[in-house]
Design a protein around this ligand. Structure first.
Ligand code: ADP
Length: 180
């Protein structure tokens, strides 16, 4: 099973991807987590991306794609995976198509959450890139660069919309039942 989780900042993609991946026995691959791990370890990639992430901008496609391509080539990803936060740009969609084929995905789960609930959640979790200015920019970048990807996947009839509001376990149950 190869799934994408797409949604605006704070939608709970990461939390849900972790839980659903554990249930399905496939890896949860989050490019945001991978970048945060590089920043925490002080690698040269971490040095390259930390200011970009702190501003709420997207890391350049070639950097992101190279990291992701390495990750999905690992043996644990051969039986499927959940991609959380990738692809985020049209160029990343093309790269993913080259890596797994245009018909490589089973479903694209899109999170729908009220914008005020998203902002409240982010301000309460207090991650380094969750300050008010950065949050505003992350929404702008999402609406400009990532929202348009939904049309691409809609044309492929892959999109399933999940109501991401409410309790964590309720949302997980909704996703699992949508996956059948
Ligand atoms: P959220 O979805 O809550 O914004 P993520 O953990 O998915 O958080 O991503 C955090 C940050 O990591 C993004 O704001 C961006 O700077 C960087 N990032 C993650 N994935 C990508 C990607 N696919 N392309 C470019 N930048 C990315």
């Amino acid at each position: 099973m190869k799934l994408l989780f797409i949604g605006p900042p704070g939608a709970g993609k990461g939390t849900q991807a972790g839980k659903v991946a554990a249930r399905l026995g496939i890896p949860h691959i989050s490019t945001g987590e991978m970048f945060r791990d590089h920043v925490a370890r002080g690698t040269s990639l971490g040095e390259k991306v930390s200011a970009i992430m702190a501003a709420g901008d997207y890391v350049p496609d070639e950097v992101t794609v190279a990291m992701l391509a390495d990750r999905i080539a690992q043996p644990d990803a051969s039986g499927g995976f959940i991609l959380d936060g990738f692809p985020r740009t049209a160029a990343q969609v093309e790269s993913l198509d080259r890596l797994i084929g245009e018909d490589g995905l089973d479903k694209v789960i899109v999170f729908a959450v009220d914008e005020q609930e998203l902002i409240d959640r982010m301000l309460s979790r207090g991650r380094a890139d969750d300050s008010e200015d950065t949050i505003r920019n992350r929404f702008e970048v999402y609406n400009e660069q990532t929202q348009p990807l939904l049309d691409i996947y809609d044309a492929r009839r892959l999109i399933v919309i999940v109501d991401g509001s409410g309790e964590i376990d309720e949302v997980t149950d909704r996703i699992l039942s949508l996956l059948g």
